[in-house]
Design a protein. Structure first.
Length: 218
């Protein structure tokens, strides 16, 4: 980092404070693109729409853009769009979050905390978790919930992991017959018509907001 580079001071002022900081960095004639992990129904989508609502209340024009993975979101911030400020919303639980922190082209603008939806283990039919061999679809970061929540029959089964890029994708895999159990959130379970066999309440999750270095403000 050179002395000429402009990096915003990190702020931890909650949703309203980060929304104001984003609006302050958006040109008067421009708008904000908030990018994160999709598809619709992910915890990232939920957090992004909450922040987008706060930006709109501060007078900013904002759109939410969902990507197949966080690397795609990071590339989108790099590429940018003329007349727009692009910001990435990344959860602290994401194993690759360090790539955003150490990216020389990005800067941490702020952090917001938002509870996740309910998470748990979902199936198409309760009998699925009692099979001798069970395929479990899961985002790697939440795979540990299987050990935490599995009922006795699932604990006895031989488990085969099926990696999924999001909790909603995990639920889709079960609905499509590609897996027996999904580690997913409540929106994903509901969207794909699955049934909980075990679940737990969501947790407060810190979300980091990254922007490009040296973006002009108002």
């Amino acid at each position: 980092m050179t002395g000429q580079e402009e990096r915003p001071a990190p702020v931890a002022l909650g949703v309203a404070g980060v929304a104001r900081a984003l609006v302050a960095r958006t040109p008067v004639t421009g708008s904000l693109r908030l990018v994160t992990l999709g598809p619709t129904g992910t915890s990232a989508d939920d957090a992004a729409r909450s922040l987008a609502h706060a930006v709109a209340e501060e007078g900013g024009q904002v759109g939410v853009e969902l990507h197949d993975d966080f690397d795609g979101a990071r590339r989108s911030v790099h590429d940018g769009v003329d007349g727009h400020v692009t910001a990435a919303l990344v959860p602290s639980a994401f194993a690759g979050a360090t790539r955003f922190h150490w990216d020389p082209a990005l800067a941490l603008l702020g952090v917001v905390v938002r509870p996740t939806p309910t998470y748990g283990l979902a199936v198409r039919s309760p009998e699925a978790a009692g099979r001798p061999v069970v395929v479990v679809a899961s985002l790697p970061e939440v795979r540990g919930l299987v050990d935490d929540l599995a009922p006795p029959a699932l604990r006895r089964a031989r488990r085969i992991d099926r990696p999924a890029p999001s909790t909603v994708a995990a639920a889709r895999d079960v609905a499509g017959g590609l897996a027996d159990v999904a580690v997913c959130n409540e929106p994903g379970r509901r969207r794909h018509g699955l049934t909980w066999i075990a679940h737990r309440e969501g947790v407060p999750m810190p979300w980091s907001v990254f922007v490009t270095v040296g973006v002009a403000g108002r």
